[in-house]
Design a binder for this molecule. Structure first.
Ligand code: COA
Length: 259
């Protein structure tokens, strides 16, 4: 069904593989369309409780497809391209399940922007991450100029985006851009292990925690705390909340149903 990506659902974990290495997994409009369709499927499948996006053990992706961008004719077309890509990243960021970008090799430009929209980034020790758009006299238009400063601070983000050179996974980890570093060749195993842990958490609690953090980040402190209390309240209508608290008191493992 897909030409440039693969989608599998394995033990409650959806796995999206960017899969057209001949173009270094560049994000063409076909790939963006396919990723949107894959997210439709993930959202429509109740068994999917976590999502991993990766490109295999040696490459994440080299960014937006430059052979397409070169044909953008005017500012309005460029604006629409940017908004379309941003809406994919927004959608990913706000999915009501845990998302992990498992990064190996190059994660550049739009591919890094995709990873920035995930909840957690896990990277192989030899990965290289960067937003090199300035070298093409363009800018990261998939949310990169907004998400990166929010993640690692304005000053560090400016250096990375203005210089445009990639940083090593070790440096990205030090900057807080990558959550976990893993040994070469163990990315799949470690990414899926973390995803299975997240998939075992109470799904409604996980969705409301994400919502509280994501929505709260754009609000002033008082409004954010008010929103947090509303999210807290929502959980008290769930069967899982009953199960989670009782299982602790009864000294047994909770079984969450996502209800
Ligand atoms: N868009 C379209 N095609 C791309 C691409 C991209 N973002 N990145 C790589 N490719 C293509 C190359 O044109 C090349 O195609 P060809 O075999 O038909 O010539 C193929 O993928 C392999 O790339 P190549 O540059 O030969 O590989 P490399 O190992 O020498 O270098 C990179 C790898 C990632 C450093 C280099 O490809 C690169 O800098 N890519 C662009 C990164 C970028 O600027 N991204 C932001 C885009 S806005």
């Amino acid at each position: 069904m897909f030409k440039c990506i693969k989608l599998e659902i394995l033990d409650n974990v959806a796995l999206i593989t960017l899969n057209h290495p001949e173009k270094l997994n560049a994000l063409s409009s076909v790939v963006i369309e396919e990723l949107n369709l894959a997210l439709d499927k993930v959202e429509g499948d109740e068994s999917a409780r976590a999502l991993v996006i990766w490109g295999g053990e040696s490459l994440f992706g080299a960014g937006a497809d430059i052979s397409e961008i070169v044909n953008i004719a005017n500012s309005y077309e460029a604006y629409r391209f940017s908004r379309k890509f941003q809406s994919l990243c927004d959608r990913l960021e706000n999915l009501p399940l845990a998302t992990i970008a498992a990064i190996s090799g190059y994660a550049l430009g739009g591919c890094l922007e995709l990873a920035l929209a995930c909840d957690i980034r896990v990277a192989g020790e030899k990965a290289q991450l960067g937003l090199p758009e300035i070298k093409l006299a363009v800018l990261p238009g998939g949310g990169g100029t907004q998400r990166l400063p929010r993640l690692i601070g304005t000053s560090r983000a400016k250096e990375l985006i203005l210089v445009g050179d990639p940083v090593s996974a070790v440096e990205a980890h030090r900057l807080g851009l990558v959550n976990r570093l893993v040994e070469e060749g163990r990315l799949y195993e470690e990414g899926m292990k973390l995803a299975r842990t997240l998939a075992s958490r109470a799904p409604i609690a996980l969705a409301m925690i994400k919502n509280s953090i994501n929505v709260g980040a754009a609000l002033d402190m008082n409004s954010a705390l008010e929103h947090e209390a509303t999210c807290f309240g929502v959980l008290f209508d769930s069967e899982d909340r009953d199960e989670g608290l009782k299982a602790f008191l009864e000294k047994r493992k909770a079984v969450f149903k996502g209800r």
